[in-house]
Design a protein around this ligand. Structure first.
Ligand code: DQA
Length: 140
C-alpha cells in the first residue's frame, strides 16, 4: 500500500525545485511498473483528508505500507496511532529533506511509529522504500 498525503496531487506543479518535476501520475505509473515486475500487488492512493488516510491504514488488507504523510507528518497523532494500531511494517517517505527545511518541518510525529524514514531524494525516496518493501515481501 502506498499513501500520498495532502497536496501531493499537485506534484510536478508544486514547488518543483523542492518536490521535483515528476507528476503524481508519472510517479504512480513507475511504482506500479516496479511492483508488478516484482510480482507484488500494489495499491496507491492520494488523499487530502486525514480521516480518509486513517480509514485506509486501518480498514484495508496489506502487508507493507509506504506513506508520505506530507503536512500531516508534523501534526497527525491520528495517523501515527493508526500506524501503531495495525502493526504493519511501514516506511515514512519524503521527497524533500525535511531536516534541511523550516524548523516546523524538522519534527515528524510519525517517525517513531515506523521502521524507518527516507527523506530528501525526490521521487527516488519512494523507490528506495519500494526496494526495501519488495525485499521484505519476497521473504514472507
Ligand atoms: C513532504 C514534506 C512536508 O513537510 C510537506 O508538508 C509536504 C511534502 C515531502 O515529501 O517532502 O507536503 O512530505
Amino acid at each position: 500500500m502506498v499513501i500520498h498525503g495532502p497536496n501531493l496531487h499537485l506534484l510536478g506543479k508544486r514547488q518543483p525545485n523542492i518536490y521535483g518535476k515528476v507528476t503524481l501520475n508519472e510517479l504512480n505509473k513507475k511504482l506500479y511498473q516496479k511492483a508488478t515486475t516484482n510480482n507484488i500487488d500494489i495499491e496507491i492512493i492520494q488523499s487530502n483528508s486525514e480521516s480518509k488516510i486513517v480509514d485506509k491504514i486501518t480498514n484495508t488488507e496489506y502487508d507493507f505500507l509506504i506513506i508520505n504523510p506530507a503536512a500531516f507528518t508534523h501534526t497527525s497523532v491520528a495517523i501515527k496511532d493508526a500506524i501503531l494500531a495495525v502493526e504493519k511494517p511501514t516506511i515514512e517517505v519524503h521527497l524533500s529533506n525535511i531536516y534541511k527545511r523550516e524548523d516546523f518541518r524538522k519534527h515528524s510525529v510519525i517517525s517513531d511509529a515506523v521502521l524507518g524514514v527516507i527523506s530528501g531524494f525526490k521521487e527516488a525516496s519512494y523507490f528506495l522504500a519500494l526496494d526495501y518493501a519488495i525485499s521484505c515481501l519476497k521473504n514472507l
